[in-house]
Design a protein around this ligand. Structure first.
Ligand SMILES: [Zn+2]
Length: 174
């Protein structure tokens, strides 16, 4: 159902209104537990510069706002566009096959659809990815490879796919 008509700025305080909006939006989330799943509903507004993969609907979503420079522009080279939105699109698709997405089937249900031997090989690859990043020094201290493995799998898939596609362009700039 429509939510925006419930969000009214009435208190005279931006902080109080923000708190009230948060309560209303949280209540809306709880309402969804008793409703049929709406797989057409987006988890982000169109004006947000972001993108996501949703395992429970097996969809990738790119709000309109990300389809601009530096991610994408007709003024940019094909290499810049592959390095921008191309990498983002492939990153989100790769989330369907990360440690979380891999547990959902094509209908978005938590369901093991892999052959046992393939899933075991996948888990070995995950361990390698965890080890690759575990302990890497960052500004916030050493990285926890296990905690960030889903993003690292998606980045690896995203960059590899975008680079492969970019190399097919006549004006590729590596
Ligand atoms: Zn991601």
């Amino acid at each position: 159902p429509e939510i925006y008509s419930r969000l009214k700025t009435t208190s005279g305080s931006l902080y109080e209104d923000a708190l009230k909006f948060d309560e209303i939006l949280t209540a809306r989330t709880f309402e969804k537990f008793s409703e049929d799943v709406d797989k057409t509903s987006w988890h982000m507004p169109a004006h947000m510069v972001n993108a996501y993969y949703s395992p429970d609907s097996n969809t990738i979503v790119f709000p309109a706002a990300i389809l601009q420079a530096p991610f994408y522009s007709l003024e940019q080279s094909s290499s810049q566009n592959y390095g921008g939105i191309g990498t983002v699109i492939a990153h989100e698709i790769s989330h369907a096959f990360d440690n979380n997405g891999a547990q959902f089937d094509k209908e978005g249900n938590l369901n093991k659809w892999w052959l046992d031997k393939d899933y075991e090989a996948f888990e070995e690859k995950q361990k390698e990815m965890i080890a690759l990043f575990d302990g890497v020094e960052t500004e916030a201290g050493p990285a926890n490879g296990k905690l960030i493995v889903s993003e690292n799998i998606a980045d690896q898939g995203g960059i590899t796919a975008a680079l492969t596609a970019a190399k097919d362009e006549k004006d590729v700039d590596l």
